[in-house]
Design a protein. Structure first.
Length: 499
């Protein structure tokens, strides 16, 4: 019985020409819808229009092209059912469905409905339904994979067809979800949210041993994929690693952050990563014990020897050289994770949190402060060294639970506190953690100061400059306190709560 491959393409890339030519040369007849037929014909591919099978070219000005019982019978036929084979023997079998969908237009409802793909979606569904015999190709990557396997093995394995069917379903789901969300918003004036998660893996347990937990991969963003080099990660490990990723994205290369219960306890940026690690660890060695350390550079043998002197639950880095891996792998209870893009900027991300009867969704706090937009509201202006530390402290304070306070100097955190029910308590604890090192250091607050008491407390420990959002009804009182103590006070105009 004659075998066919059906091509219906919006993305008319050269890789599809290569596949069509290979199939042609191996006895497969190419069928194509009208636009794709012209594309393949222009590239010297022997191709038949679908009208040769269906008996019509198209209807309703190209709205209907492949919605035809013969086309779908050729795809859906059970190759092991003699009766079905006999029924379509005069037509043949479609063994390959190569299709990508119209680009949907979202500028208005009329254009959206006109551009909504019908035939392509139906072809994908039929190919998925009969994946046992039909190879589905929806993108250039799959096209190259099929061409390679055919070249090497002369056929497509069932495992490959399964994988391609799943990929086609994922492609279709993303298309449908985006279209539904647009239509739902326009018809109801409310929002809907679809998030496709896959590669679900059961974890040992959740935050506590009595809680079940799972991790899923977000197919929309693979820029911070991790490679687990040693042991297994827990639910809490993933939360800490996520905070490492977000914090180091703000601070860049040659930065070390040590995280404990998703709060930074020691952060430092230096001229080299070894120095950054030592300073971050010395910032709070008690809290660092058993924490998660993140390094936005590669770990070599020299640094690994220093790190190995301390106990960490997880070590996360851009990479490890061979000698470093040997050294750190000897720590039986320490997990090693490689994230090649660690320290890179995050283009876009979002937060999802559960509440009793639903979820909350928001963009992540990835805003960057432009130094030129900062407002010095005190009489005394910060010097260059203080301004550098203020910007560093501000980037760190974003990642501490509110009410968040960070004391820093020379781009090293000296005292960190968050999660207190009032801001002055956080100031007190952060300053106590900093101790004598607080003198001539800077202080960052994620929210405004509601009273002058925090300024007075900071002054008593020798803080020279403070950065905060501003916006309190008592800003004038706070500014007056800063001037009384000769403290530089900078307003960002931006709040960075982390609840």
């Amino acid at each position: 019985m004659q075998r066919f491959a059906l091509f219906s393409l919006t993305n008319k890339a050269s890789s599809y020409i290569k596949l069509a030519r290979f199939l042609n040369n191996n006895g497969i007849i190419i069928l194509a819808t009208e636009g794709t037929y012209r594309f393949l014909k222009d590239n010297k591919i022997s191709v038949l229009p679908t009208s040769k099978i269906t008996g019509f070219s198209s209807l309703l000005f190209d709205k209907v092209k492949t919605l035809n019982h013969v086309i779908h019978s050729m795809i859906l036929c059970d190759r092991e059912n003699k009766d079905e084979l006999k029924e379509i023997e005069s037509y043949g079998l479609i063994d390959y469905v190569v299709v990508n969908l119209y680009e949907t237009k979202y500028n208005n409802i009329e254009d959206f409905l006109k551009s909504l793909d019908i035939g392509g979606r139906t072809l994908i569904n039929s190919a998925i339904k009969n994946f046992k015999y039909v190879t589905l190709i929806v993108d250039e990557e799959s096209c190259a994979e099929v061409l390679k396997e055919l070249s090497e093995n002369k056929e497509i394995s069932i495992e490959t067809r399964k994988r391609l069917a799943l990929k086609g379903f994922e492609y279709l789901l993303n298309y449908e979800a985006k279209a539904y969300s647009y239509l739902y918003e326009n018809f109801t004036q409310m929002l809907s949210l679809f998030i496709l998660l896959k590669e679900g893996k059961k974890l040992k347990y959740g935050e506590n041993p009595h809680q079940k937990a799972y991790i899923f991969k977000n197919v929309e963003d693979e820029s911070f994929d991790y490679e687990l080099l040693k042991d297994e990660l827990s639910y809490n490990n993933f939360l800490d690693i996520n905070r490492i990723i977000l914090l180091l994205a703000d601070l860049g290369s040659n930065t070390c952050a040590i995280i404990k219960h998703t709060n930074p306890c020691g952060v430092a940026r230096a001229s080299n990563i070894k120095e950054a690690f030592i300073k971050a660890y010395e910032a709070d060695p008690i809290s660092a014990y058993g924490g998660v350390v993140g390094l936005s550079s590669f770990v070599d043998k020299d640094l690994a020897e220093v790190i190995s002197q301390h106990f960490f639950d997880v070590i996360v880095a851009k990479g490890f050289d061979e000698e470093a891996l040997k050294i750190l792998s000897k720590r039986k209870k320490t997990r090693l994770v490689r994230i090649p893009n660690l320290g890179n900027k995050i283009k876009y991300s979002y937060n999802i949190r559960d509440i009793a009867n639903g979820i909350l969704f928001q963009e992540s706090d990835t805003i960057e402060i432009d130094p030129s937009s900062l407002k010095v509201v005190s009489t005394r202006k910060p010097n260059d060294s203080e301004m550098k530390d203020l910007l560093f402290a501000w980037k760190v304070v974003k990642h501490v639970f509110s009410n968040a306070i960070v004391v820093a100097k020379n781009e090293v955190s000296l005292g960190i506190c968050g999660g207190q029910p009032n801001r002055v308590a956080s100031v007190r604890i952060a300053l106590e953690n900093a101790g004598e090192k607080a003198r001539n250091a800077v202080l960052a607050s994620d929210g405004f100061f509601p009273f002058r008491d925090s300024i007075d407390l900071a002054a008593s420990k020798g803080i020279s400059a403070i950065i905060e959002p501003g916006g309190s009804i008592r800003d004038e009182e706070v500014i007056s306190a800063a001037n009384e103590h000769n403290i530089s006070l900078i307003f960002t105009g931006v709040r960075s709560f982390r609840h």
